[in-house]
Write a protein that binds this ligand. Structure first.
Ligand code: ADP
Ligand code: MG
Length: 290
């Protein structure tokens, strides 16, 4: 692109709340064939709140939430923010904290071994987890084990953002295929997808952080072996490799610094309508110089 076209487009982007980090991004934003969206914090608010607690053992609800909250103190995950509030201001000894990306956390809390995470995370540590129906759009379940026994399941509600559906409708009307990519379980992933208009066969659930980038790379090859340009949109530390693997990485201003550093474009707000706006800017810039 010519310097003038790029300067004009950069200014227009800035006014629309889009920070475009380098000139070549405008060219890569043209003719995007697929947009891949992270779920938590990108399509949804990313601020889950506890909506239900199911007890499986002898611990009561308050004790369960206290142990889980204390174990989550060292984690930056949105789920951890929701849970650690239950241990705020409580003097409680936490040792040996470990976080497994896309899985959960483990720590010794008051001398008890606490695990908090997905069913797969607990099952990988030898703890059987029953199917818990979260029920409703934007609900996710994490499970808590104490001293090797399942103690409870916590249902968290994380609603889609108000403008997610509109942004996705706009992309799909332009013939762009939209995919949802998440580390979360298939059933909450499909419920959110349905609410925002993403078809069920475009949902990739239980994708580990390391696998997000390879999913994006695979989507760059469309059916029949044709190359297709893919934009990835995310907010989390775990999205950074996928943002880098895409033709265009788009981070949300509400996201982590790691995601923003890995992206070509940063949407100033958390509003997904910035995605069709960014792609329109790419098309307009290319038209101006052709
Ligand atoms: P997403 O791709 O939707 O942002 P992640 O890959 O970060 O999700 O996490 C996938 C799943 O792993 C979560 O839905 C949750 O069940 C579990 N998980 C990850 N980190 C934590 C944590 N700190 N505490 C509890 N569960 C967690
Ligand atoms: Mg996220």
């Amino acid at each position: 692109a010519t310097p003038v076209a790029v300067a004009v487009a950069t200014g227009r982007g800035a006014r629309a709340g889009l920070l475009v980090r380098d000139a070549s991004a405008f060219e890569r934003m043209d003719r995007i064939g697929a947009v891949v969206l992270d779920k938590t914090g990108t399509v949804t608010e990313g601020k889950p709140t506890v909506s239900d607690v199911i007890l499986h053992g002898s611990l009561d609800r308050d004790r369960l939430l206290l142990l889980a909250g204390a174990a989550e103190r060292g984690s930056e995950h949105p789920v951890a923010h929701a849970l650690s509030a239950f241990a705020d201001g409580r003097e409680i000894a936490v040792d040996g904290f470990r976080a497994v990306r896309g899985g959960g956390v483990s720590a010794s809390v008051d001398g008890r071994m606490v695990l908090v995470g997905s069913a797969a995370f607990l099952e990988g540590r030898g703890i059987a987890v029953p199917d818990v129906d979260a029920g409703g759009v934007g609900r996710t379940v994490v499970h808590v084990a104490v001293d090797g026994a399942l103690a409870g399941s916590i249902v968290l509600a994380d609603a889609p953002k108000p403008h997610s559906r509109e942004a996705i409708d706009t992309l799909r009307r332009q013939g762009i295929e939209v995919f949802l990519l998440t580390g979360d379980d298939p059933s909450p992933a499909r419920a959110v997808a349905e609410a925002v208009g993403i078809p069920p066969h475009h949902v990739f659930a239980r994708v580990l952080p390391d696998e997000k980038a390879s999913k994006v790379a695979a989507l760059r090859m469309a059916e029949g072996g044709r190359a297709r340009r893919v934009a990835m949109v995310g907010d989390g530390i775990n999205d950074a490799p996928a943002l880098a693997a895409a033709d265009v990485g788009i981070a949300l201003g509400t996201g982590t610094d790691v995601a923003k550093a890995a992206a070509d474009v940063v949407i100033a707000t958390g509003d997904l309508r910035g995605v069709p706006r960014a792609l329109a800017l790419g098309r307009a810039t290319l038209r101006a110089i052709r």
